[in-house]
Design a protein around this ligand. Structure first.
Ligand code: HEM
Length: 178
């Protein structure tokens, strides 16, 4: 995965001079890794509570949630639902490639936008999602082109507080050249 990412970044980033958000445009594989990272490790694993202003009929089975009900969306569970994402515990960026260069949302549900909810949806969806995607992919590229990264220790434990985060993460960086 790291070598494929490096090849894509080396082609997209300038040999010298600053890397800018404009260099983010042609990174289809890095985009699949970004989607898969957000799917497997959603920083907001459950949404804040909302109170229904009116009755809500669930399209799945017709049950009605009455107005006044407090609800929150279990984003982590949606992202690990095996009917939506086969082998949900496997980190597999390829699930976002319907065809080369064409990321899509979820295998089992085709192009259902509700299958990937790291930023939620609707009027209060996160306004920083585009900015965070650009920042993440550009920083990852800058790191990979300069360093070899190696995880130290075994599996990383996750800790869910307000956000989902690693309970300690150790990485060894080795400089790749001058
Ligand atoms: C990976 C990075 C990020 C994640 C996963 C994330 C996720 C979220 C989530 C789940 C919400 C709640 C949406 C809702 O209530 O339905 C939210 C709201 C918000 N986010 Fe982000 N966010 C990220 C980065 C950012 C950045 C970089 C900014 C600003 C530059 C930002 C600004 C906001 C603001 C202002 C809201 C409140 C929106 C509202 O209530 O109308 N976020 N974000």
């Amino acid at each position: 995965m790291a070598d494929r990412l490096r090849a894509e970044y080396a082609a997209a980033f300038p040999a010298d001079g600053p890397i800018t958000a404009a260099h983010h445009a042609n990174l289809p594989y890095a985009t699949t890794v970004w989607h898969e990272t957000l799917r497997k490790y959603p920083p907001a694993p459950i949404t804040a509570q909302r109170v229904l202003a009116e009755d809500l009929t669930l399209p799945s089975d017709g049950s009605v949630l009455p107005a006044g009900t407090a609800i929150s969306i279990p984003v982590y569970l949606v992202h690990h639902n095996p009917t939506v994402y086969p082998a949900p515990d496997t980190f597999d960026p390829a699930r976002w490639l319907a065809a080369p260069g064409a990321p899509r949302r979820g295998e089992g549900r085709g192009a259902d936008p509700a299958a990937l909810l790291p930023f939620t949806m609707g009027p209060h969806t996160c306004p920083g999602q585009r900015a965070s995607g650009v920042e993440w992919t550009v920083v990852l590229g800058a790191l990979l082109l300069r360093y070899d990264l190696q995880a130290v220790g075994g599996d990383v434990e996750l800790e869910a507080r307000t956000t989902l985060r690693p309970a300690g993460l150790r990485v060894r960086l080795r400089c790749r050249g001058p």
